[in-house]
Design a protein around this ligand. Structure first.
Ligand SMILES: [Zn+2]
Length: 328
């Protein structure tokens, strides 16, 4: 049933695109205004204008979530526009695509996914936007498995939370863009190089911020155990109520397990995420008699006006929050 409904949507989107190509943008805006209001995220365009693939002569690309959209935008520069599907505040692990998502992907020159088990909802879109090529930008990152029972646990997708993995994403994005738009090669290379310098500075910043945290405090605990890559690269143990948000339960067993872990350590505090209900960690903090030391960004950049609208700013915030929370 669902399949048929989705195909209907895509067929409709195709017609709209054709109509828009042959006529003024106005026709398209009228037809699509309602679905666009539901869910439309455009990294570059904050004016509220509609963007359905009409990026002039530039590229139009769609990514799955806000963090990879920022990475792509850094390399793409002025040569096009990037949209992302999962709105800030919603779940990139589990997400229910809306009609405008199918249209945005269909209109894109490339659909850019993260991969590594992040987008469990992807099949729905891939099956229904088969004309658009798809690329996975985590390729080449050394995966850390989820801490789960079974012989081959799937990879933990949160590789972006270590700045030391960003060069792999940027290399993949740069290569993909040059293939799509060879005239932009020099610009893409220059943008990538400049951005990777910023990422180097970020890496230094994280090292410096976290260097003096005493050994016994080096545990990052939050609802979702998302900081494994960060922990491995900067010397922290990590814990969560659950391993990954798509398996989120917050059972009393999970909560008491984390409380037990915390009572064996001398950590001064735990953290909450910007995109997860904080009540689970409030219970943990109360029962383990530790403080909540602040909010960390994991699966999305900050909302407009937060000061953390980019990956670099969100990671600076994360490093500072962790350093302040665990230092004393
Ligand atoms: Zn997550």
């Amino acid at each position: 049933m669902k399949q048929h409904w989705l195909k209907g949507i895509v067929a409709g989107a195709g017609l709209l695109t054709v109509a828009a190509c042959g006529d003024a943008d106005e026709a398209e805006n009228n037809d699509t205004a309602n679905v666009d209001k539901e869910n439309h995220n455009n990294v570059e365009n904050n004016t509220g204008e509609e963007n359905t693939g009409d990026a002039g002569d530039g590229l139009y690309l769609t990514t799955t979530f806000s963090i990879t959209a920022d990475f792509v935008e850094q390399v793409l520069g002025d040569r096009g526009e990037v949209d992302y599907i999962v709105p800030i505040g919603e779940e990139p692990h589990e997400y229910e695509p809306v009609p405008s998502d199918f249209r945005n992907v269909s209109d894109s020159e490339m659909f850019i996914t993260h991969g590594m088990n992040l987008e469990e909802w992807l099949e729905q879109i891939v099956e229904n936007a088969s004309e658009t090529p798809i690329t996975e930008i985590s390729e080449g990152i050394d995966p850390i498995p989820l801490d789960e029972e079974g012989e081959n646990p799937p990879p933990d997708p949160h590789a972006w939370l270590s700045p030391k993995n960003v060069d792999t994403y940027i290399d993949n994005i740069t290569e993909m863009l040059i293939e799509l738009d060879p005239d932009g090669e020099e610009e893409y290379e220059a943008n990538a190089e400049a951005y990777l310098e910023e990422i180097d500075e970020l890496d230094q910043f994280v090292e410096e911020q976290t260097a003096d945290i005493p050994e016994e405090h080096r545990l990052i605990a939050l609802s979702e155990n998302a900081f494994k890559y960060f922990g491995e690269d900067y010397g922290f143990d990590t814990e969560g109520v659950w391993e990954i948000n798509s398996h989120e339960e917050g059972t009393s067993g999970q909560i008491s397990r984390l409380i037990d872990v915390l009572s064996e350590r001398e950590v001064p505090g735990v953290f909450v995420e910007t995109t997860v209900d904080s009540r689970y960690m409030e219970t943990v903090a109360d029962d383990a008699d530790v403080e909540i030391k602040g909010e960390l960004y994991t699966d999305a950049v900050g909302e407009e006006g937060s000061g953390q609208e980019t990956y670099v700013d969100m990671m600076r915030h994360n490093a500072e929050t962790i350093a302040e929370g665990l230092s004393e």
